[in-house]
Write a protein that binds this ligand. Structure first.
Ligand code: ZN
Ligand code: ZN
Ligand code: ZN
Ligand code: ZN
Ligand code: ZN
Length: 631
């Protein structure tokens, strides 16, 4: 990382920039904190960098509102910074700026803006950028030795529209007015310890006024805060639309809810026949859309020259099915955006008949003996994913609330640049994985048994409440609260995925945070039943082959049996086993908790929602379990 006016102030791996920090995020450095600036300030003048090619992901970024985007770029980074701090690599980095704009002297507690002239900055040793620091220039209580360290005043203001602002200390201590004694009053921040600023007092040295930060903590305190000015410090401007939310919230620098990445991710999979056809249909939609029925297809094929491109698919039924799929798919005039479908081509590749050519990005292998005898009837296919490549793009960020994994509109996405960007930051990682396909017969039978069970009804109703409550201030007309309900199958597959991830972590010493999941559950009209568990850890060391070997017959039987047996009990039972969301509750899990099912935030694709052990193993009514009898 580099600041514009200063030398390099720290190092962060580019892959890191996608998950834990990124445009708009506050990053804690040893002696101060910085904010990652918007894309307008990112510099790609250094030679040797290449855009990341992943057309499928790029198309999805464009579909999700980034129509101007034509490139996925890796974060600016040159190897070798650590070896040669004076070399070219040291000047390359993600641009940042110091934030918040107020500092406090750690010796005399004087509180003043960064640019007030009260503080100086030193970054003396190029080899030790972490020693960069601000100091109090004329500290009245300085004794001998180094100039006293000045640290960020730790309060900032944020709103759910993604705005971020400095805390207005002078107005606060003077109850919204001016200081009666001085035009530029001198302030002091007395931090008397305790958490969350519960005992921090702001003093005006000029008039003697004082006020405790406690007054603006919590929900009631928030009402005393000023209205949001729409400040976007990462873009160095104010939102031209102002702030529609208005309500600010007090945050402490370092709070985990100051920034959440909104990302899209795709596996680099080869194109299969089916998705190639779908892509073609999309390209020729203007013509195909007008066909009233399947019977017109032969005529259209003959008379419309551009439809010659469909000669590869002579079967009218197949082509008509693709047209219908396109017709039913999300259209831009639907109410609200939904995430682009990145999963269908992946599912098609995992379930394609015959073998695919192995590439550097994607290689699958199946055991010649197929699914182990003991698991037949449970799994219909087991695939070793020897190589995979995942590309992730940052499309925006949110503050205070995490973006909803289902619904991109639920939380306001803050922009990465002042105007529509032509590129977004992306990262690519390589890994390996296991793909398990759950038997369709097993899943179909289970769906029939559970769909109208009280337990599944409780989940559905909780989901409706969850969406309605979150949208309450925006519902004007019709509102389809079940629009993004992931479906019954999702609950069973997702729970099974977590059970396997936890068991893999226990048995193989993987940190569960280094594993990721993708659930392929499909929809009512197009049901699927697949789970991909994979490693896609930035800079992964030496685990190659470890995860894939778990798909060998013996290991898979052991793993599955242990995962399911462990699911029968939780150390929080009976509390956990009996849990179901009931009105007015709106949490989205049943028999699931940290002791039995939850995994880390980076592992779960749905924020630990849609989980319930009773839908996988018999802990309640055996009829509800996908596996009434364990293998
Ligand atoms: Zn001082
Ligand atoms: Zn005053
Ligand atoms: Zn705002
Ligand atoms: Zn539990
Ligand atoms: Zn999950």
């Amino acid at each position: 990382m580099a600041t514009n006016h200063f030398r390099r102030v720290g190092a962060a791996r580019p892959s890191h920039l996608m998950y834990t920090t990124g445009v708009g995020a506050l990053v804690d450095l040893p002696n101060f904190s910085v904010l990652v600036r918007g894309l307008d300030d990112w510099n790609y003048a250094h030679p040797g960098w290449e855009t990341i090619a992943e057309p499928r992901l790029l198309a999805a970024v464009r579909a999700l509102g980034g129509r101007s985007v034509t490139e996925l770029r890796p974060a600016p980074w040159l190897e070798g910074t650590d070896r040669d701090p004076q070399g070219p690599a040291a000047r390359i980095g993600v641009p940042t700026m110091p934030f918040p704009g107020w500092l406090r002297c750690t010796v005399c507690d004087e509180l003043a803006p960064l640019d007030s002239g009260v503080f100086g900055f030193e970054n003396l040793k190029a080899r030790k950028p972490h020693e960069a620091r601000f100091f109090h220039t004329n500290c009245p209580r300085k004794k001998t030795g180094r100039k006293p360290l000045a640290v960020p005043a730790r309060f900032v203001l944020a709103c759910t529209a993604g705005h971020l602002d400095d805390f207005p200390y002078p107005q606060f201590v003077h109850h919204g007015g001016d200081c009666p004694k001085a035009s530029h009053p001198r302030l002091r921040m007395d931090d008397r310890g305790g958490n969350l600023g519960a005992n921090v007092e702001i003093l005006c040295l000029s008039c003697g006024g004082r006020r405790n930060m406690r007054e603006v903590l919590g929900q009631r305190g928030a009402e005393k805060l000023p209205q949001c000015r729409g400040r976007r410090p990462h873009l160095a401007d104010f939102d031209p639309d102002g702030c529609r939310r208005g309500q600010l919230k007090l945050l402490v620098v370092g709070a985990s809810n100051q920034w959440f990445a909104q990302t899209l991710s795709a596996l680099a999979v080869p194109k299969t026949g089916a998705s190639e056809l779908q892509t073609k249909v999309e390209q020729h939609w203007a013509v195909l859309e007008k066909l009233p029925s399947r019977e017109f297809l032969p005529f259209a094929r003959e008379t419309v020259p551009t439809l010659r491109e469909f000669e590869k698919w002579p079967d009218d039924d197949e082509l008509w099915a693709a047209i219908e799929r396109q017709r039913c798919g999300p259209r831009p005039d639907d109410d609200g955006a939904i995430y682009p479908d990145l999963r269908t081509p992946e599912w098609e590749v995992f379930t394609a008949a015959g073998s695919l050519p192995a590439t550097d990005d994607f290689t699958l292998r199946r055991d010649p003996d197929g699914v182990p005898a003991r698991l037949k009837g449970f799994f219909s296919d087991v695939v070793q994913v020897e190589r995979l490549r995942e590309v992730r793009a940052l499309v925006g960020f949110t503050r205070l609330d995490a973006p909803d994994p289902d619904d991109p509109d639920l939380v306001t996405r803050a922009p990465l640049a002042r105007s529509a960007p032509t590129w977004v930051p992306a990262s690519e990682v390589r890994g390996e994985g296991i793909f398990l396909r759950v038997s369709d017969d097993l899943l179909d039978g289970w769906v029939r048994r559970v769909t109208s069970s009280p337990a599944m009804l409780a989940h559905r109703e909780a989901y409706g409440r969850f969406r309605r409550n979150r949208y309450s201030d925006r519902i004007t007309g019709e509102f389809d609260e079940m629009r993004l309900w992931p479906g019954e199958r999702y609950l069973a597959l997702h729970t099974l995925s977590h059970l396997l991830i936890r068991t893999i972590a226990l048995e193989c010493g993987y940190s569960s945070a280094s594993l990721s999941e993708r659930i392929y559950a499909g929809t009512d009209g197009d049901p699927r039943g697949g789970i991909l568990i994979y490693t896609a850890v930035p800079d992964a060391e030496g685990t190659l082959g470890g995860l894939v070997s778990l798909a060998e017959p013996e290991a898979l039987v052991r793993l599955t049996r242990r995962a399911l047996a462990d699911a029968l009990h939780c150390s929080s039972d009976p509390l956990c086993a009996e849990r179901l969301p009931h009105f007015p509750e709106e949490f989205l899990h049943g028999a699931a908790c940290h002791a039995c099912l939850f995994v880390s935030e980076t592992t779960c694709e749905r924020g630990n929602r849609f989980l319930d052990r009773r839908f996988v193993v018999p802990i309640d009514d055996p009829d509800l379990a996908l596996f009434p009898e364990l293998p």
